[in-house]
Write a protein that binds this ligand. Structure first.
Ligand code: SAM
Length: 119
């Protein structure tokens, strides 16, 4: 049986969640980076990246970014968007509760996750 989060995140939910916050992504990423000291090229995991709005902003700042999300449609949009912005991001489809098949221990310098809705 599917869990709620496997059915909830459909394109319409994406429209509601991401479109209004697209313009905020740079501000939010700057806010994160103000609180950590990360050298350029550091490895960042954008956990539950959605359509990759933060992943792309991190990549624009020369970080080595991976975005992981379960929703295939969001991952596809994220890939198109990173192409459009001409940045390289490694997008992975997966369950954030099961990271072992995808990544090694201590693989990232920063793991960022952002909840774009107040629910
Ligand atoms: C509120 S959205 C936030 C997306 C992104 N961080 C942002 O701020 O634009 C939550 C995201 O979590 C993803 N998600 C929910 N449960 C997940 C899980 N178990 N594993 C991976 N992704 C998950 C959804 O597909 C959705 O893209």
């Amino acid at each position: 049986m599917k869990e709620w989060w496997q059915k909830f995140f459909i394109p319409l939910a994406g429209e509601v969640m991401f479109s209004p916050r697209e313009a905020q992504a740079k501000v939010e990423v700057d806010q994160v980076l103000k609180n950590v000291r990360l050298p350029k090229g550091a490895k960042i995991l954008d956990l539950a990246c959605g359509t990759g709005r933060h992943s792309i902003q991190f990549a624009k700042k020369d970080y080595d970014v991976t975005g992981l999300d379960f929703t295939l449609g969001f991952i596809k949009t994220a890939m198109q968007s990173s192409d459009k912005h001409k940045v390289k991001v490694n997008f992975v489809r997966g369950d954030m509760k099961k990271l072992k098949p995808h990544f090694g221990a201590n693989e990232f310098d920063l793991v960022e996750t952002w909840r774009s809705l107040r629910y």
